[in-house]
Write a protein that binds this ligand. Sequence first.
Ligand SMILES: Cc1cc2nc3c(=O)[nH]c(=O)nc-3n(C[C@H](O)[C@H](O)[C@H](O)COP(=O)(O)OP(=O)(O)OC[C@H]3O[C@@H](n4cnc5c(N)ncnc54)[C@H](O)[C@@H]3O)c2cc1C
Length: 284
Amino acid sequence: MIPVQFDYVAPTTLGEALTALSQHGDDAKIIAGGQSLLPVLRMRLNAPEMVIDLGKIEELRGIRDDGDAIVIGAMTPHAVVGSDPLVAEHAALIPKAIEHLADAQIRHRGTFGGALAHADPAGDLGAPVLALGATFVIAGPAGVRTVPADEFFVDLFETAINDDEILTEVRIPKHTGWGAHYEKFVRVAHQWPIVAVAATLQTNGGTISEARVGLTNMGSTPIRARGVEEALAGQPATADAVRTASERATEGTNPPSDLNGDAEYRRHLAGVLTRRAVLNAAGA
Ligand SMILES: Cc1cc2nc3c(=O)[nH]c(=O)nc-3n(C[C@H](O)[C@H](O)[C@H](O)COP(=O)(O)OP(=O)(O)OC[C@H]3O[C@@H](n4cnc5c(N)ncnc54)[C@H](O)[C@@H]3O)c2cc1C
């Protein structure tokens, strides 16, 4: 289908983009890589009168080292984030997840911020940024505010970003030297995850000192598997200890049922994939 007709602007600064957004209010929609928005427009699930393209705003792109955090600009394409040496060194979980995100074309067009702002519960980036305790930087008419990952994902396709705001960057605390693994379960290549688990952990002489685990598609938002994290702390990185801890993977989850699997099947997958992700992250 062809989208409903809309006007289009491509500002070159964040300030101009925010002005355009406030001028057009509910009638405007931001476009980043367009990989999720364009299908929505073509299906006429949304019909904005004005589309504001962030593609020419250089200040929203790039990756930088900022002391104890790595900062990823919202408009940085997945492919750039996934191959960046700073991200690999200090937040290895992110490239591990991007490896499994869609196909090469989508990874070159789709953006880090666009995927997180879209907040699809099956999106591959939500669980890793939640597990890593990221902070979201959001600009709006009242200035800039920061939102912790725990409060960013509100519900299905809903985040803490208001209609007149733009996500500008994501700050990821450094987890230098931590093991990391993203275990994604799909039936066919390049599919959205039926369930996936993001795990990153620190070991000391074969003992897990701290683990951070996020679940993809086990509820209407990404979920932190805090029961698993608690159960892993201080345990040896052995198959038995990790299996026992992984039994807590379904705590606080509310998985969907659809043609790919019912909720019970997803609960089963969460336990199995958590065990695999944690063991891989521990290098065991
Ligand atoms: C065939 C296909 C397969 C895919 N498979 C996967 C997959 O397996 N795993 C996965 O994680 N993703 C997958 N994706 C989605 C991909 O990750 C997209 O890149 C992502 O969902 C949207 O990013 P985008 O930059 O294209 O955003 P857009 O499509 O441009 O925008 C998405 C939404 O976010 C809003 N938005 C964008 N940027 C901002 C911002 N800076 N501030 C505020 N709001 C903003 C837009 O207004 C829009 O509502 C797939 C997409 C396609 C088409």
